[in-house]
Design a protein around this ligand. Sequence first.
Ligand code: FMN
Length: 281
Amino acid sequence: MLKPFSSEPGFKQTESPNATWKLGDGLSDTELARQWKEEEQLGYTTLKTDEIEKPLLYRFLISAIVPRPIAFVSTLSGDGVPNLSPFSYFSMVSHNPPLCSVSFTLSPQKPKDTRENIKDTKQFVVSIINEPFVEAANATSIDAPPEIDEWIVSGLTPTPSTLVKPPRVLESALSLECELYHFLDIPAIGGDAPANTMVLGHIRAIHVRNSVLTGPAEPGKPIEVDPTKFRAVSRLGGTTFARIGEGYSIPRPSWRQLEGEVRELIAKREKEENPSGGSQL
Ligand SMILES: Cc1cc2nc3c(=O)[nH]c(=O)nc-3n(C[C@H](O)[C@H](O)[C@H](O)COP(=O)(O)O)c2cc1C
């Protein structure tokens, strides 16, 4: 029996897993690290990608490369038919230029309408999927024919974009208006026909709900999304989705501050490896 979903924000801040970790400590000496080390005894499985059946490889990879954010991609066909579908082969690529990527897995039986529409119109909108409407987002992945409007299936609200023609999802806390930057067809190994397509989108405008920001948006001031309020959904393996549970901060190491400690650590290691000393110099 599953527990009901808790509408309490899943995200809270904690200490990092080993808050007393020092340079060179490696796995260190916590309960978690000891257990992790013990599990090493079970060994490793090596999967050679050209020896494993591709559906099995897909199943494994989507369970292992996690968590992945999910992008709702909304497009219009050349004739103006709206389309809305979720994609988790989605990521940020760069911020200057501001680019995101989405990849489509193609089957010979049925083209991906989103891919066809982006190819035709060169425009799309990515809207991030948040917890309150994840079931609606999942429903838009239905393998319906191209004339079916998945917006109606979802019950979500199309609202006009500012710079591109496809609408954004009003309910989404973050939408990215994109113009096609690059369209790359990728054949399967040993094939010629496109089996995948990766598109890069040039993000021309961003819409973010004020209620998910850490503070008010003021010109020239940094603004950030608060993970507690954002309620982003990630995709794991199979049909499993996840909440962002707890988070912790770990300061970025700085050479200026840590040079002495790093050099000391290296000298100590050299001494351990070459106890007679000095001869290498
Ligand atoms: C959470 C989720 C993530 C998905 N991610 C992808 C993906 O990254 N690439 C892909 O080709 N299909 C993905 N799919 C499947 C597509 O959403 C599905 O094939 C959809 O029907 C495509 O719609 P379209 O033909 O209107 O473009 C995903 C489905 C779900 C539910």
